[in-house]
Design a protein around this ligand. Sequence first.
Ligand code: ATP
Ligand code: MG
Length: 168
Amino acid sequence: KRAFYIGRFQPFHNGHLTVIDRITREADELIIGIGSAQLSHDLENPFTAGERVLMITRALEGLCCPYYVIPIEDIKRNALWVAHITSMTPPFDTVYTSNPLVIRLFSEAGIPVCSPSMFKRESHSGTSIRDRMRAGKPWERLVPSAVVDVIHEIHGIDRIRDLDRDDG
Ligand code: ATP
Ligand code: MG
């Protein structure tokens, strides 16, 4: 059985890791789709697709189950989105997502969906982690240590701070 898990992973955090942990117990192979792959360098989407690939592959080093990481650009046609995804990925049997629109689109396409429960969602969301980075509050415990290393390597906090400044 091959499973598909999609997110923007801005950044990849410990909540995402708990979902992947569950998937590895239920599936033989995992496809991770990096959504909105074309976006970077804005406050909602600070990291490039390539930087997100790096975060995920470093964080999953030593994962028992084979996996593929595939950046996927947005198409602004929800009715065609599932076909867009499947044109970019190996075939899969199940989708893991809690996003209501994603659930609906895959269900309408006849692809089974699992919705894993949320892990400490108050603190473990991309939005709140980006807010903490911007505000200079601690964020390091909310992401895998390999992700802390990547963000330091790419000077990610400096980038977010710069994106938050206005000109003049
Ligand atoms: P953002 O606040 O930027 O939307 P996010 O934390 O929701 O970030 P996404 O990349 O949007 O992260 O999420 C990808 C998938 O991971 C979605 O299906 C989402 O529901 C799930 N997810 C996000 N946070 C958690 C969490 N804490 N526990 C379990 N699943 C999560
Ligand atoms: Mg989200």
